[in-house]
Design a protein around this ligand. Structure first.
Ligand code: HAM
Length: 419
């Protein structure tokens, strides 16, 4: 069989060297920040029962209608690669009886997700999110804490041009009444709407706020706004969230047209965008989901959370290539004899045991090639091993000394201490 090249599937990518370092940095800062704030790591399976998302995320959302990677297992069960993390975390909360823990339960994750979207810069079919969910409290302080933690992650990652849009969706009952009102408005202006919006008036009228179609935009200018219909307790909750954000010094813009692509939200919703991103400007977002746990079969338990995309954060940070890792010692071979090889390998192990970042020639290059390779790596010292004896070269000042191979590590450590 001929070896035709096989490429990675559309919308996926490989993580190579520098990218891996940048991602590791995000993971580390997220861990420090979120575990410091009392969040515990959770990882749920990559695939779940399809019904979890149909019920959790909502049958009428784009995610469930068009974007899920769904398949049948050998037993005929319908499974789906997770498109998001909130429904799985709530499933795990119920399954492990976490309601018995001290409330609220705070969980964070850094995981891959899958959506069959049109692939473009910043939009992938497999992507990664860091996210945090707080389950078991409806205190507005939880909303404000979630938003500020997301803001801090974005700030520490170095995302540029970040703005926060904030709104409240109230309760599902308020939303249902509002939906009827909005549907009436859309019906009354049906001829001016785009075909897409018109086709979905009954299914998801709120999505009309997302349209960029000229006629639709004009119709939406006079559309009723959900925020004007909120019940008194929802308004009070929202006012407190805003007051706490002001205390925390987190600027936001009220955006009553903010539509999130998931159905489980109640009350607070928010989205961070970055000017540094193109069309896919959402870098992180979330909100409150006070009915979700109940909807998935648990006892009525409020929840609030957010997720930020790793790839979009890297794009928004204009992630500069990370400097290559340091090499304190490069072990070169003066000859290709067996003794030299063994002494060199032993030296390499001794360097690593002493926590010295070290590398060794692995491709049989000439001594000249090895030295230029060591220089390209930015090695601080090169040991040119010739059996039991080595020539230790200081690459910064060019100084050289011939010493016993088994004293090289000690000599390098001493020289470093003197620096
Ligand atoms: P989401 O807004 O769908 O929310 O996704 C959160 C973030 O994931 C987005 O802001 C974006 O950075 C990233 N993202 C989404 N889709 C893609 C894609 N196709 N390619 C690259 N990045 C993407 C959620 O997923 C909710 N579970 C957030 C949440 C947690 N709400 C409450 N708790």
């Amino acid at each position: 069989m001929s070896g035709e090249k096989i490429k990675a599937p559309r919308g996926t990518y490989d993580v190579l060297g520098e990218q891996a370092a940048a991602r590791a940095r995000i993971e580390e800062l997220a861990r420090t920040l979120l575990e410091g704030a009392g969040y515990e790591r959770i990882e749920t399976p990559v695939f779940e029962a399809t019904d979890l998302f149909a019920r959790g995320v909502g049958d009428s959302t784009d995610i469930v209608r068009k974007e899920m990677f769904t398949f049948e297992d050998a037993g005929g069960r319908s499974l789906t690669l997770r498109p998001e993390g909130t429904a799985p975390v709530c499933r795990a909360f119920i399954e492990h009886g976490m309601h018995k823990r001290r409330m609220p339960v705070k969980l964070w994750y850094l995981s891959c997700f899958f959506r069959h979207e049109r692939a473009q810069a910043g939009r992938y079919r497999e992507f990664w999110q860091v996210g945090a969910e707080t389950i078991g409290s409806d205190d507005p302080a939880v909303d404000a804490e979630s938003i500020t933690l997301c803001a801090r992650v974005l700030e520490q990652v170095g995302a540029r041009g970040v703005r926060l849009r904030l709104s409240s969706l109230g309760s599902p009952e308020t939303r249902a009444a509002y939906r009827d009102k909005l549907t009436d408005h859309l019906r009354a202006n049906e001829t001016r709407l785009s075909d897409e919006v018109r086709a979905r008036i009954d299914l998801n009228p709120l999505r009309a706020f997302d349209s960029e179609h000229e006629g639709t935009l004009a119709v939406m200018e006079t559309a009723p706004l959900l925020i004007d219909e909120l019940a008194a307790d929802d308004l009070e909750h929202f006012a407190e969230v805003r007051a706490l954000l002001e205390v925390a010094g987190v600027p936001y813009e009220l955006d009553p047209t903010l539509v999130r692509g998931l159905d489980y939200y109640t009350r607070t919703v928010f989205e961070f965008t970055s000017d540094a991103l193109g069309a896919q400007s959402g870098v992180g977002g979330g909100g409150r989901y006070d009915r979700l746990v109940e909807q998935l079969g648990g006892a009525a338990t409020p929840g609030m959370g957010w997720a930020a995309g790793i790839e979009r954060m890297l794009l928004a940070a204009g992630e500069a290539p990370q400097p290559a890792p340091e090499v304190d010692l490069f072990v070169a071979l003066a000859d290709d004899g067996e003794e030299t090889r063994r002494c060199a390998f032993k030296l390499l192990q001794a360097a690593r045991s002493a926590a010295l970042p070290a590398q060794m020639e692995l491709a049989g290059r000439s001594l000249k090639g090895q030295l230029s390779g060591a220089a390209a790596l930015g090695a601080r010292f090169v040991a040119i091993v010739s059996g039991e004896e080595s020539r230790l070269k200081d690459m910064q000042d060019g100084g050289q000394q011939t010493i016993a191979t088994d004293t090289v590590v000690h000599t390098v450590l001493r020289a470093q201490r003197a620096l």
